[in-house]
Design a protein around this ligand. Structure first.
Ligand SMILES: [Zn+2]
Length: 125
């Protein structure tokens, strides 16, 4: 489950970012609502830094959550518009290519479509 693990990791980062952002905002509001205390400016700046770091974690987590490689997008886009004529076998996997047989008209043996001679009796196909 690598995809689930990636999602869980991103969610953890997002949750951590939310927590740090909340702490920064709460401490910032508490700081601003208590005017006149000693070292007020320093506390408020610290709260702003904490909130900024939290937002950074939030952005990183969201980007990691959204921008992870989607395994269904590339093949789906390719299958939506298959190339006509040349190798239609690619769409239905190469197994189809190997099951195409030609029956020998002399001995009724099945030979690969690409064969020029019957593998059983040697007659030209
Ligand atoms: Zn034959």
């Amino acid at each position: 489950m690598p995809v689930t693990g990636q999602r869980a990791g991103s969610i953890v980062v997002i949750a951590f970012g939310s927590l740090v952002t909340g702490v920064g905002i709460v401490t910032g509001i508490a700081c601003l609502s208590v005017p006149g205390s000693d070292g007020r400016a320093g506390d408020c700046a610290g709260s702003a830094v904490i909130a900024a770091v939290g937002v950074l974690f939030l952005v990183v987590g969201i980007v990691a959550f959204v921008a992870r490689p989607g395994p269904s997008r590339g093949p789906a886009a390719g299958a939506a518009s298959p190339p006509r004529g040349i190798r239609p076998v690619v769409v239905e996997r190469t197994v189809v290519e190997e099951t195409v047989k030609v029956r020998c008209r002399y001995c009724n043996a099945l030979n690969p479509e690409t064969a020029t001679k019957c593998a059983t009796c040697g007659a030209p196909l």
